[in-house]
Structure formats: C-alpha cells, structure tokens
Write a protein that binds this ligand. Structure first.
Ligand code: ADP
Length: 239
C-alpha cells in the first residue's frame, strides 16, 4: 500500500465545551477514497471540520505529509493542499459561475488562473454552458459540480467532501459520485468522502471508516464493511 498522506492520532474535539469526537485515529493513503460512514450525528462532519481546523481540538494530532498541521488555521491548510468542501453554502449564490471560479482563483496570477479555470471547465463541461448563470439558478447537481470545480482550481492533493450528494436525485447523485471516482483515477487525488448513502460510499471507497457516537468503530477495506452483515445492519441500515 502507498504512504499515508494524512494521519489523525487520538483526536478529541468538539464545539466549545461540547465534545463530539473521542480519541479518533485514522489514516488516509495517497490516491485512495476513504469513505466515512455512520449514523446521523455520529461525528462524520465534525471529523472533517476537525482536520480542517474548524472545531475546538482538545487533544490529538493531525499529520499531513509528515508535518504536524493540527493547529494551523484553515487558510494555511488550504494553501498546502488540503481542501474541505462543506455540505451547504459552498458556492456564492449571487455570483455567476464564472465569477465563482474567479473567486476560487483570486490568489493566482492571471494566466495561471485562466489555465486552471480552463482545466476544470474541461472536466465539467456542463459549467461551460452556464458561465454567465448565477450559481443560485443552477440545479443541485450542477451546483455541487461548481463547488468541486472551485476546489480543484486550487489544485489540492487531498479533498474532504461532506455529503456532496445530499438532496440530489439518485441518478444525479450517481453521476456526481462517478465524477468523484474520476478525481482519484484520472487526477490521482486523495479523497475523504462523508456520505449518507453508505452502500454507494462503500462501493466507491477503497477503505472505510465507520463512526459511531464520536468514535471509530471500524477502519479497513470498504469491501469488508460492506460484507459485515452485523455492523452494516446495526449502524448503516444495510441488509
Ligand atoms: P454527522 O455528520 O455524523 O451527522 P455531526 O458531526 O454533524 O454528525 O454532528 C455530531 C454532533 O455534533 C451532533 O450531536 C451535533 O448536534 C453536534 N454539532 C454539529 N455541529 C455543531 C455545531 N456547529 N455546534 C454545536 N454542535 C454541533
């Protein structure tokens, strides 16, 4: 197996004094999709936010490419290749698609920005036809595609996605998940995917992390979790 790109060691975190994660450890390997699954409220979103630096961390560490990044602010993490895509409000609704992409690229030099925007538009051609549309007028699937495109403009190495398919029609959700697996297969990205649809996530993921009540209940091959009738039934509604 390849090197871990990110290692979380015994993370305990929450919101102010309200603790959500207890001793959470896991690894993310280069070029894999780690599917994070578990019941509602088990701390999946909090886990992503903790890695990105948006919660109160009581103890534990986050190591990225051998460097301790636990206490770095989110904008520094973004700059060194860690991306986090929140579930909602991940685009500027009142700006056009083009303006959103320019916003994502605003720290880059003009020619670099142009190249990278061109690159992501080739990846998501549907956005090309919508450049002058306001983000709020896009369909749910297109909006998530725009959010992904904005993330990719910054060329992250590891992308943490929080329920990108929430509220999408099943066929649109499948399409989006396919795009996400292409990021791994064709662009060699590393992905941490929080997903409500456990079966879809486990089928897509290389490895999985099962969260239950703020703790890790399983870390290992997705396939094994998919086949674990007991855990699947009890925590994931799988049959
Ligand atoms: P999941 O993603 O697995 O559904 P979350 O990480 O969203 O779980 O939530 C875990 C717990 O943290 C829940 O009890 C939730 O109410 C609480 N929580 C989530 N976000 C916040 C917040 N911003 N402030 C306080 N508590 C929060």
């Amino acid at each position: 197996m390849s090197q871990p790109i990110l290692v979380a060691e015994a993370l305990s975190s929450g919101y102010g004094k309200f603790q959500v994660l207890f001793d959470v450890s896991f690894r993310v390997y280069e070029n894999e999709i780690l599917a994070v699954v578990g019941p509602n409220g088990s701390g999946k979103s909090t886990l992503l936010k903790t890695v990105f630096g948006l919660t109160t961390i009581y103890s534990g560490s986050v190591i990225y490419r051998g460097r301790d990044i636990t206490r770095l602010p989110p904008y520094v993490k973004a700059r060194i290749g860690v991306a986090y895509l929140p579930q909602t409000d991940n685009v500027f609704a009142e700006l056009t698609v083009k303006e959103n992409l320019l916003m994502a690229a605003y720290t880059l030099e003009e020619s670099e920005a142009r190249d990278r925007i061109e690159e992501v538009l080739n990846l998501y051609p549907v956005l090309k036809e919508r450049l002058s549309y306001k983000a709020r007028s896009l369909s749910g699937g297109e909006r998530q595609m725009l959010a992904l495109a904005m993330t990719l403009v910054r060329r992250p190495d590891i992308i943490m996605l929080d329920e990108p398919t929430a509220n999408l029609a099943p066929v649109v959700a499948r399409h989006l998940l396919k795009k996400i697996s292409m990021l791994r297969d064709e662009m060699k990205k590393t992905i941490v995917l929080v997903e409500q649809n456990a079966r879809a996530a486990l089928e897509l993921g290389d490895r999985a992390l099962l969260m239950v009540s703020g703790r890790v209940s399983y870390e290992g091959p997705s396939e094994s979790l998919l086949r674990d009738v007991e855990l699947g039934k009890r925590y994931l509604g799988l049959r």
